[in-house]
Ligand binder design. Structure first.
Ligand code: 5GP
Length: 173
């Protein structure tokens, strides 16, 4: 692992401002009632925390984990569910909270399996999107930032389990 600190791509203030705006946008789309947030571990945990703290009204959360990556930076293309939700989704307004959409394979898989559980509505919020890498067409309803094809770390995102604690999104050089 390199000892150099990743270069800043999106600083903490930009993250905060954008996530607050996203929270308001989501709440405007669901002005009344309870929103159920499904956080995709591990990368989205800080995004979820900041998103729900910026949101008014009733909110519930649950967590799931899946993996499409090993310890490196390139996708295997294979998605595996490693932790399922604690509660059902039937009749609920569900928002999937994901760290980054790259090829789209992970999100496509998640959207399919969660849709099959009968939510009233199912939407997706992604902090980051790399559209140039897409291998499958998917709908992402709320996107924090669109970025170029660079491997990013920090603010929950890792490289070989490191860097999740950086308070900003950085690029490994
Ligand atoms: P996809 O299935 O869209 O190719 O990949 C989604 C998952 O790959 C993300 O949830 C994330 O775990 C990982 N990923 C994709 N791009 C990056 C990146 O630039 N940095 C990090 N740390 N993870 C990434």
């Amino acid at each position: 692992m390199s000892s150099a600190k990743p270069a800043v791509l999106i600083d903490h203030d930009e993250l905060s401002a954008r996530i607050t705006a996203l929270a308001h946008e989501i709440r405007q789309d669901f002005p009344t009632g309870q929103l159920h947030f499904v956080c995709v571990l591990k990368g989205a945990f800080l995004f979820l925390g900041d998103l729900i703290r910026a949101m008014d009204g009733h909110v519930t959360i649950d967590f799931m984990a899946c993996s499409s990556y090993g310890a490196g930076t390139s996708s295997s293309g294979e998605v595996r569910l490693s932790k399922d939700l604690d509660s059902g989704l039937e009749g609920r307004d569900v928002i999937i909270v994901e760290d980054i959409v790259d090829t789209g394979l992970t999100l496509h898989y998640l959207q399919e399996i969660l849709q099959a559980r009968g939510p009233r509505t199912l939407r997706t919020a992604c902090l980051l999107s790399k559209p140039s890498r897409r291998k499958i067409a998917i709908t992402v309803d709320y996107i924090g930032f669109t970025i170029e094809d660079k491997f990013v770390v920090g603010y929950g995102l890792d490289y070989a389990e490191q860097y999740r604690n950086l308070p900003y999104i950085g690029v490994l050089e």
